[in-house]
Design a protein around this ligand. Structure first.
Ligand code: HEM
Length: 384
């Protein structure tokens, strides 16, 4: 029988201190893993929606990312789960439970609801990439003001000027490519031309090395939009946040030069800076301008470039549609003087072209993910 005095007992505990710590830690880790394992198995809770929530916080983030960043695309993640669970399923991505809503009616209810029952809710990496004052992240009340001020410069007259500029840009680049006789990847061409066009329209930057620097920083920020939000050197998130710091500085200096009158261009940024003397709710401060310049570039570039790429692919597979579209274009060209540019009015005449774009966007989902958070309990397609 073990019969120890108090001192003896203290001695035993001190001698086995390391063993005790390991034992306590082992128990804690084992119970944590058991708990996590419980949540990795398929579940259909009281909400009646099947799915797998996976490990705490991470859930199925890695499967979602690996599909999104592969040639299969994020829809492969959805397809696999639909095979397993049916059209409705739930999952956990970056700490948030996501329910995939499969019906047109359900999507309409969520998206056309004016932020009363459903609000925007982007994951942390996306919100950090675009910035706290971006239209993507700000609360509804501020959103209305920022959105109104941002859309003001996109008037018909500035779009009209830009249509001519963009036409010239496309013709020059395609001409150069044709003369070089080299093959090229459509996505590279469309990413470059949309980036150059947006940056020219927003802030009149058209020359290297500044253009290249902004492009590199924006690409880093764009790549960090879906990433694990931890500042670990070498990761997408880390590079994205460093890119944001540089863009903050570049755009901040640009704004300062415009304000001092050292620089003037007839562009989007100038219309923002020219509002300085307006009342508070009729202007944007520096951080609001910077975050929304970044947002406009990120929101505009990949969407437009992928739509262009898919359009080319679908047309190359559908000769009738391509011939019809070409004929509509040639008809416009025949009615114009030799070498004249395409105008905004010409574009409104391209009714078949408009349908081709709409059909492309219907067939190829260029915006993969539109998360919304339910503000209260809701019923969609009979599910609570
Ligand atoms: C084919 C091209 C495009 C498609 C399919 C597209 C699609 C969309 C969609 C579906 C949304 C709503 C996102 C949500 O509510 O969560 C959105 C928002 C937005 N888009 Fe686009 N977009 C395109 C091009 C552009 C371009 C060229 C720009 C700017 C240069 C732009 C700027 C924005 C901005 C700023 C928002 C946020 C609006 C807000 O929250 O009020 N987009 N876009």
């Amino acid at each position: 029988m073990l019969n120890l005095s108090m001192e003896g007992l203290t001695l035993v505990v001190q001698n086995h201190y390391g063993i005790l710590i390991v034992a306590v830690l082992s128990i804690a880790i084992t119970s944590l893993l058991l708990k996590a394992w419980g949540s990795t198995v398929d579940t259909t809770d009281e909400d009646g929606i099947p799915g797998r929530l996976g490990l705490p916080f991470f859930g199925e983030t890695f499967s979602f990312f690996s599909a999104s960043y592969s040639t299969k695309g994020c829809y492969d993640f959805v397809k696999q789960r639909r095979k397993q669970y049916g059209k409705w399923f739930k999952t956990r991505i970056l700490g948030k439970t996501h329910v995939f809503v499969p019906s047109v009616e359900g999507a309409k209810t969520i998206l056309a609801n004016d932020f009363v029952h459903f609000n925007k809710s982007y994951v942390k990496s996306m919100a950090d990439a675009t910035g706290a004052m971006s239209v993507f992240s700000v609360p509804h009340k501020i959103h209305t003001r920022i959105r109104r001020l941002l859309s003001d410069p996109f008037s018909m007259s500035s779009l009209s000027k830009f249509a001519v500029k963009f036409d010239k840009m496309v013709c020059e680049r395609l001409d150069k490519l044709e003369k070089s006789g080299k093959s090229f990847r459509v996505i590279d061409f469309s990413l470059k031309i949309t980036f150059d066009a947006i940056v020219s329209m927003l802030m009149s930057v058209t020359e290297n090395p500044l253009l290249e620097q902004i492009e590199k920083d924006c690409t880093d920020v764009s790549n960090s939009m879906l990433s694990i939000p931890l500042m670990i050197p070498g990761t997408r998130y880390y590079k994205g946040m460093k890119g944001r710091e540089k863009l903050n500085e570049t755009f901040g200096n640009m704004i300062a030069r415009r304000r001092s009158g050292e620089e003037y261009f007839d562009d989007f940024l100038q219309t923002m800076v020219d509002r300085d003397s307006y009342p508070e709710d009729e202007k944007l401060d520096d951080q609001e301008i910077i975050d929304n310049l970044i947002t406009l570039i990120l929101a505009g570039q990949t969407t437009t470039a992928s739509a262009m790429m898919w359009c080319v692919k679908f047309l190359s597979e559908n000769k009738d549609a391509l011939d019809k579209l070409r004929e509509e274009q040639l008809q416009i060209v025949r009615n114009k003087a030799e070498g004249a540019s395409l105008t905004l009015e010409d574009l409104t005449e391209k009714s078949y072209g408009f349908k081709v774009v709409k059909e492309t966007l219907r067939m190829a989902n260029v915006l993969i993910w539109l998360p919304r958070v339910a503000m209260d309990d809701c019923i969609l397609d009979g599910k609570v």
